[in-house]
Design a protein around this ligand. Structure first.
Ligand code: ADP
Ligand code: ADP
Length: 221
């Protein structure tokens, strides 16, 4: 069963008098253990689709299923709950809190969950991404690639099914970007998660299991 399945998704935005149709009947799915890239020109609907997959926005028409669960009619609280348990997010500019250490940044998304030993899990995840010796460093004391590794560890703390990455290599030089992509490739297998990444980085294509191209709100391939 697909870990995420979008069926016939339409998304319209109202801006003043004008209606913009950002997605025009999109079907999309991703499976555990695969990395899917979403590419396409600026304004083609990539962010809109990523926001719908990330349960940050809801479609105007169509259905969204997570691991077989139809979440299309979930209310905001239910979506938030589902987002916490199923999804991890990685961003182009890392989004780390500068006053917190690496391990504190990684723990942060699990603060609401009292049932686990968060500190142990955060330390374990930092070891997994190769930062076992940087636990108490703050973001300013880490390189760009190291900061992105902290962000990836943070995205995994709630054991998500899907990792959503918005230009994960966008602020990294090619060589560092490559190490992050190798890390993500290893993790998708090890953690058995789907990785869905929006990117303009051509070197990412070599790491993708599938590439989906959006043009003007329609999937071309
Ligand atoms: P990102 O991939 O980080 O979202 P984009 O350049 O794709 O960067 O888009 C940044 C923002 O600019 C989007 O949230 C979108 O609303 C807006 N935007 C992108 N393309 C267009 C466009 N052609 N016309 C108007 N707004 C756009
Ligand atoms: P991309 O990420 O590929 O650049 P977006 O999903 O950001 O594309 O945007 C797709 C289209 O929807 C663009 O024409 C953009 O201007 C429009 N759009 C995106 N977000 C909004 C919004 N909040 N309000 C109005 N139009 C939007």
């Amino acid at each position: 069963m697909s870990v995420i399945k979008l069926s016939d998704i339409v998304k319209r935005y109202q801006s003043g008098e004008e209606t913009v149709e950002a997605l025009k009947g999109v079907d999309f799915h991703a499976e555990r253990g695969e990395m899917v890239l979403v590419t396409g020109p600026s304004g083609s609907g990539k962010s809109t689709m990523l926001n719908i997959i990330g349960l940050l926005d809801t479609p105007t028409e169509g259905t969204v299923c997570l691991d077989g669960l139809d979440v299309t009619n979930f209310d905001v609280d239910e979506l938030t709950e589902q987002r916490r348990s199923s999804l991890g997010f990685v961003f182009q500019d890392f989004h780390l809190l500068p006053m917190l250490t690496a391990v504190e940044n990684v723990e942060l998304p699990s603060m609401w969950d009292r049932s686990v030993d968060r500190r142990d899990r955060a330390m374990e995840l930092l070891k997994i991404v190769g930062l076992g010796n940087r636990l108490t460093h703050t973001p300013a004391q880490l390189s760009g690639g190291q900061q992105q590794r902290v962000a990836i560890a943070r995205a995994l703390i709630n054991e998500p099914d899907i990792l959503l990455a918005d230009e994960p290599t966008g602020n990294l030089d090619q060589e560092t970007g490559r190490t992050i992509l190798e890390e993500m490739t290893r993790l998708k297998q090890q953690e058995n998660i789907a990785i869905i990444a929006v990117t303009h980085d051509e070197q990412m294509e070599a790491y993708a299991d599938r590439i989906v191209t959006l043009v003007d709100g329609v999937i071309q391939s």
